[in-house]
Design a protein around this ligand. Structure first.
Ligand code: HEC
Ligand code: HEC
Length: 85
């Protein structure tokens, strides 16, 4: 098969798309929950929000998801104490 310039352009575009997709697949960047004394004790959304509510020192950023499953996105602290029933 003889390659014309459209084949070359097509191949170049395909390769560029693949490179962009592969480079985009990096580690997720959402911040981990710190593994410190105040964080390993917090076992409910209410506890987290007592310190991360709108009027707190460290509020969730504007546009933050309202989900209550914090650990779905922020990695759980290593020594986290699971809520006792
Ligand atoms: C007693 C108050 C308090 C409680 C309870 C608390 N936090 Fe925090 N949190 C802080 C403070 C203060 C900081 C900022 C200082 C730091 O990075 O340690 C922080 C930082 C963070 C950060 C950002 C870390 C970074 O690298 O910047 C995340 C994410 C976070 N908390 C999530 C949570 C989640 C999820 C919970 C509930 C399981 C929670 N926090 C409970 C006070 C609290
Ligand atoms: C759907 C995913 C998701 C869930 C669920 C989630 N967060 Fe976040 N959170 C993010 C993203 C994305 C950011 C901003 C980017 C980053 O943290 O690097 C963020 C940022 C934060 C920050 C600010 C960190 C900093 O230092 O700027 C705090 C505090 C925080 N979240 C607390 C919480 C708490 C508390 C909960 C549970 C009530 C929670 N998040 C649930 C995705 C989520």
């Amino acid at each position: 098969m003889k390659w014309n310039k459209y084949d070359v352009i097509f191949i170049t575009v395909v390769v560029a798309v693949i490179v962009v997709l592969v480079l985009g697949t990096t580690e997720r960047t959402t911040k981990a929950v710190p593994n410190d004394a105040m964080h390993i004790q917090a076992t409910s959304r209410a506890a987290c929000m007592a310190c991360h509510g709108v009027d707190s020192d460290k509020p969730q950023p504007i546009g933050h998801p309202s989900s209550s499953k914090c650990f779905q996105c922020h990695t759980q602290p290593q020594d986290w104490k699971v809520a006792k029933p």
